[in-house]
Design a protein around this ligand. Structure first.
Ligand SMILES: *Cc1c(COP(=O)(O)O)cnc(C)c1O
Length: 225
């Protein structure tokens, strides 16, 4: 993909994020994670040259391959996909900057066990299934607070930094907003327990997410349109 086109897309994203964040508050800071699952290592290199450091992938194998090609760059790798049990050790070996998709207590306990064996630690977000969609991973909103505390209590090698959600899959803005408000409330309740990151908002809904309090957006297709 052409560097100039990528730069234009990036400029547009930054301006739109800037506008939405100021609507929330002048002091509200939002981090942009570029989700690069649609592109190869070359595009990620270009993004990095344009100033984008945080990059997200949703498959362990793809992330590993791209990390290998880009190991000369200090990119912040975020894992945002569903983690299968048989990929846990691979993910630990990649030592991601942030694992955003810890979607159950069971997965947390399994990950913690493997981290212990490898003498490693991992920064994670707990994924909330805020729209209660069966097709989506994550902890149900009504269980989210307790599950988050249980993960803190029962794991030693996972460092929970907040929550992540995918907005409701619908054209109904009210429903999407509801799912973001639900997640934001959980995040606020968890702040006294160390939650600092509320990761919500993708290409279709990031401005709404920011207005609802998101401080981390995960944007893919808008970068590469
Ligand atoms: C693909 C993906 C994104 C980015 O989605 P776009 O609609 O392309 O911006 C964000 N979060 C997760 C978890 C994803 O899988």
């Amino acid at each position: 993909m052409d560097k100039y086109r990528l730069r234009d897309n990036m400029d547009e994203i930054i301006q739109r994020v800037e506008k939405a964040r100021i609507e929330r508050s002048e002091h509200h800071i939002v981090q942009i994670v570029a989700v690069t699952k649609y592109v190869g290592a070359e595009e990620i290199r270009t993004l990095y040259e344009l100033g984008q450091r945080a990059v997200g992938e949703n498959r362990v194998q793809d992330m590993k391959a791209k990390m290998g090609e880009l190991d000369d760059l200090p990119i912040e790798w975020h894992f945002v996909g569903r983690l299968q049990k048989n990929k846990i050790n691979h993910l630990i070996d990649l030592s991601p900057w942030l694992m955003q998709s810890l979607d159950s207590l069971e997965l947390a306990l399994e990950l913690d066990k493997r981290l212990e064996k490898k003498g490693a630690k991992m920064d994670c977000l707990m994924q909330v299934n805020s729209a209660q969609e069966e097709s989506k991973a994550g902890v149900a909103p009504q269980l989210a607070y307790d599950t988050y505390l249980k993960i803190i209590e029962e794991t030693k090698h996972i460092n929970l930094l907040g929550v992540m959600t995918i907005g409701a899959h619908t054209d109904d803005t009210k429903k999407i907003e509801e799912s973001f408000n639900t997640t934001y409330k959980i995040y606020e309740a968890l702040k006294p327990h160390g939650a600092e990151i509320c990761s919500m908002g993708m290409s279709q809904d990031f401005e709404l997410a920011i207005r609802c309090g998101s401080n981390m957006v995960r944007i893919g297709s808008l970068f590469f349109k």
